[in-house]
Design a protein around this ligand. Structure first.
Ligand SMILES: [Cu+2]
Length: 154
């Protein structure tokens, strides 16, 4: 009786292992998975709405065409925030930080808004060339709290 139970258990393990192998093999064949990032919404040349809050920078689109890109930045939070555009190949959460803020000497911004009070909006256009960007708020400690997002210009 015990022997039979053991054999059944072994069979279950074997079937499970085979299923896992098949699953792995299947995922290797997904050649189209490389384009998954392009599923993010892209700007159609108009302006891009951006919401600032504690603690996030949320653009309505995560990419745009090169040229003048207008951001309509609204502070939906309770504290003042700003909107800073930095062109960098560094990952959005790996920028150099000094005294709680991103070190703008090492990664100079393309531009920024003024500090935006809670509930206020500032629209600003930046001339962006193709490449990778990080959109962030660089009021001390806000970057570390999560106020950053990756942005791509094509
Ligand atoms: Cu902020």
């Amino acid at each position: 009786m015990r022997k039979r139970m053991a054999r059944v258990a072994l069979l279950v393990v074997a079937v499970g292992a085979m299923a896992a192998l098949v699953a792995c093999g299947g995922s290797d064949d997904k050649k189209e998975s490389g384009s998954s990032s392009s599923s993010a919404s892209s700007s159609s040349g108009g302006s891009i709405k951006v919401e600032l809050s504690e603690w996030a920078v949320k653009p309505a689109a995560t990419s745009a065409k090169a040229g003048d890109v207008k951001f309509e930045v609204t502070n939906k939070g309770a504290a003042p925030h700003e909107f800073v555009v930095i062109k960098t190949d560094t990952a959005q959460d790996k920028l150099p930080v000094t005294n709680g803020a991103v070190d703008e000497k090492q990664v100079p911004p393309v531009g920024r808004t003024a500090n935006i009070a809670a509930g206020k909006e500032e629209d600003k256009s930046f001339n962006l060339t193709a490449g990778k960007y990080v959109l962030l708020c660089n009021i001390p400690a806000h970057y570390g709290q999560g106020m950053h997002v990756a942005f791509t210009v094509e």
